[in-house]
Design a protein around this ligand. Structure first.
Ligand SMILES: Cc1ncc(COP(=O)(O)O)c(C=O)c1O
Length: 426
């Protein structure tokens, strides 16, 4: 059977058993069967370079040996515990190691399985700590799709069918792209926090670099000042580092080099080395807003602190250090930006090459009609053996978040394919 027909076969089978809307089957995507490092193999035997890190998860590469080994050892002993009642010991080990990476002298954590879980936990924590339910979020933001998180996710595409169920206490402000814009936004933050509003604001939630909106970085100094203003107004600053965190941007947290120490940090994606694992972390003075458990936790879930995820998380943290992943991300990212800027500089339909570390975006000119340009580039790249994702509200940014374990030759090969795909786009 030819490769395309085989793909169609998998797609047809999936369409008969999975709810519509979950997986886009037109055109039929590759169905993954194996992955290692930055290489992915599909059910038809094709291999690809994965420059998405599978939504940014495989920051340490797919199946990093340290992650695999920890999972294997754990699987031999305990696969499931009783999260908040009789916890697996490996949860304690993981929480201790994670706390050592956080920016506070002591850190407390609520674990989850997805980025949305971490955001839900942070929003609840902020409400308990401040007694206020209002939230300031930013246009373009993506904080997840569960109902609490979705109320802070900006894009209409995700919100529209559920608008009536979304809390209406979220104030959206523009995500600034210039120092003047930043000043205006900060003034509005202060005003919302100091003037009476129907639902007082207890949290400001921000992605230090907006990922899904197309790798958008705010002007220098904005994030630190945002933190100051939030605290001055009695609100907490939630740094949503689900995408940016754990080294991806060249620092452990993207807030670090900005001089922002958030009151709460949300982590996910890379944290579990490929296993579902997320975390809402904060210092005791914030997290102790939760009352001690008297038997039944008011925020928990069946798989909280899952042993295999915690073991994988320990493997990831070990790899982060052993392989110097944050530093690698910084160096590889600088190389990538230099290469792309050189190769695409004169290209008429390329607006900007941007990003930090291994969170990069190539912004393409918007189209009045027809296919979104980044999706078209991603499709061409795929045919040439490179996996890249479209991003941005208008689908005009090609987003690159490859593993930091990428070899130099792989980086060059992948970028070369991307440049060809962009140059040959209509
Ligand atoms: C910044 C940010 N926050 C939260 C989420 C939601 O994470 P998940 O899809 O694991 O629920 C994402 C996912 O892309 C994200 O990029």
């Amino acid at each position: 059977m030819a490769a395309d027909e085989e793909r169609t076969d998998w797609a047809t089978r999936l369409s008969r058993v999975e709810c519509r809307n979950v997986t886009c089957l037109r055109p039929p995507p590759p169905f993954w069967t194996e992955a290692s490092g930055a290489r992915v193999r599909d059910a038809d035997g094709n291999t690809y370079l994965d420059f998405t890190g599978a939504f940014g998860v495989a920051f340490a590469g797919h199946r990093h040996p340290m992650v695999v080994e920890r999972i294997r050892q754990q699987a031999d002993r305990l696969i499931h515990g009783m999260g908040d009642i009789q916890p697996p010991a490996v949860k304690v080990e993981f929480l201790e190691k994670l706390a050592a990476h956080m920016p506070w002298p002591e850190s407390r954590t609520i674990l989850g399985l997805s980025g949305s879980d971490a955001v839900e936990a942070a929003l609840k924590t902020a409400q308990l700590a401040t007694g206020r339910t209002g939230v300031i979020a930013f246009e373009g933001s993506y904080h997840g799709l569960t109902l609490g998180a979705l109320a802070t996710t900006h894009r209409e595409h995700f919100r529209r069918p559920f608008t009536d169920r979304l809390a209406d206490h979220v104030h959206y402000l523009p995500f600034p792209s210039s120092p003047e814009g930043a000043e205006q936004v900060l003034a509005r933050v202060s005003s919302l926090l100091s003037n009476p509003v129907s639902v007082p604001v207890g949290a400001v939630i921000v992605e230090p670099i907006q990922g899904r909106a197309g790798v958008r970085t705010p002007p220098d100094g904005f994030l630190a000042e945002l933190g100051e203003r939030a605290r001055a107004g009695g609100a907490l600053l939630i740094g949503d580092e689900v995408f940016t965190g754990m080294g991806r941007t060249g620092a452990l947290l993207a807030c670090d080099p900005e001089g922002l120490v958030p009151d709460l940090v949300c982590l996910g994606k890379a944290l579990g080395g490929g296993m579902p694992l997320s975390a809402c972390c904060g210092p005791p003075q914030v997290m102790d807003a939760w009352p001690p458990s008297t038997g039944e936790a008011i925020h928990t879930s069946t798989f909280l602190g899952h042993p295999l995820s915690c073991a994988a998380g320990l493997g990831f943290l070990a790899a982060l250090e052993a392989d110097g992943l944050a530093e690698r991300a910084r160096r590889l990212g600088d190389r990538a930006i230099g290469f792309l800027a050189r190769e695409l500089g004169g290209q008429e339909d390329v607006v900007e090459v941007r990003g930090r570390g291994l969170m990069l975006g190539v912004e393409l000119a918007r189209r009045a009609r027809g296919a979104a340009p980044a999706a078209e580039v991603a499709e061409r790249a795929l045919a040439l053996g490179l996996i890249a994702l479209p991003a941005g509200e208008d689908g005009n940014v090609v987003e690159l978040t490859p593993p930091a374990t990428l070899a130099g030759a792989e980086l060059e090969k992948g970028l070369g394919i991307l440049v060809r795909a962009i140059r040959s786009a209509r």
